[in-house]
Design a protein around this ligand. Structure first.
Ligand SMILES: [Zn+2]
Length: 241
């Protein structure tokens, strides 16, 4: 489960033990377990009621985990590009007034929920708190674009901090069916600067440009359409059209 991670962590999972394993005698040495008695096709059995299993998983922070995450999302994005009519690469940034507003909102939320001020948080937590206030605006932007263009759109959104910690967004927007105009994409973002350009046909390598941000830091957050890069998402989408 932990792949090539440099510092894997152990996670506890609790679950019901299986009769098959109990019959194989795998539980016999464990005195701490509760057993459920019952009848099966092969006669009486004793089945452990619950069991805790420790699973070693990725830390999601080390260089190898970040590289793994980037490879995973790059592969998904490339498939989405192949399955789409066209794909846009875009950047959304936030204007100084909106920055001020989002920072105030984040500060208010942090003081209400944690009794701390935004400035007392670590830079990672601060960026995350501000990004949280901006996410709904990205959702509203997406809704406005969908409404104006009547297009079926799939997306991969990466939130990345500027040098000054303030977050901005990079995204891939995949057109299924109806095309979207560049002007629509840019006009509907009212929070600051936006720029969109088409990923040239057949040049899926451009996808790496968005995905490279994913491996730049553990602070980077990814948001995507449901079942992004999975054939199930494609089938579901095709059925809808
Ligand atoms: Zn790791």
């Amino acid at each position: 489960m932990h792949g090539d991670c440099l510092s894997p962590v152990d996670r506890a999972l609790r679950g019901v033990g299986s009769v098959a394993l109990a019959r194989l005698g795998q539980w016999q040495d464990d005195d701490d377990l509760d057993y459920v008695e019952g009848h099966g096709m092969l006669g009486d059995f004793k089945e452990p009621a619950t069991r805790t299993v420790y699973v070693r998983v990725r830390c999601r922070k080390c260089a190898r985990c970040l590289a793994h995450k980037r490879r995973l999302w790059t592969a998904r994005a490339m498939d989405e590009v192949r399955w789409s009519m066209r794909t846009w690469f875009g950047t959304l940034t936030v204007s100084p007034e909106r920055r001020f507003q989002a920072t105030m909102l984040a500060d208010k939320r942090v003081s209400n929920t944690r009794c701390e001020s935004l400035s007392s948080l670590s830079s990672v937590e601060r960026t995350r708190a501000i990004a949280r206030e901006l996410q709904p605006e990205v959702t509203r932007w997406m809704k406005r674009v969908r409404k104006a263009s009547r297009a079926q759109l799939r997306y991969l959104l990466v939130c990345e901090p500027h040098k000054d910690e303030f977050p901005h967004f990079h995204l891939l927007l995949h057109e299924r069916g109806q095309p979207v105009a560049k002007r629509t994409l840019e006009e509907k973002w009212s929070y600051g600067f936006s720029n969109f350009r088409l990923v040239p046909a057949g040049e899926v390598a451009h996808v790496g440009y968005v995905c490279k941000y994913i491996s730049k830091s553990a602070m980077t957050r990814v948001r995507a359409s449901r079942r992004y890069g999975q054939p199930a998402g494609l089938i579901r989408n095709a059925a809808k059209q």
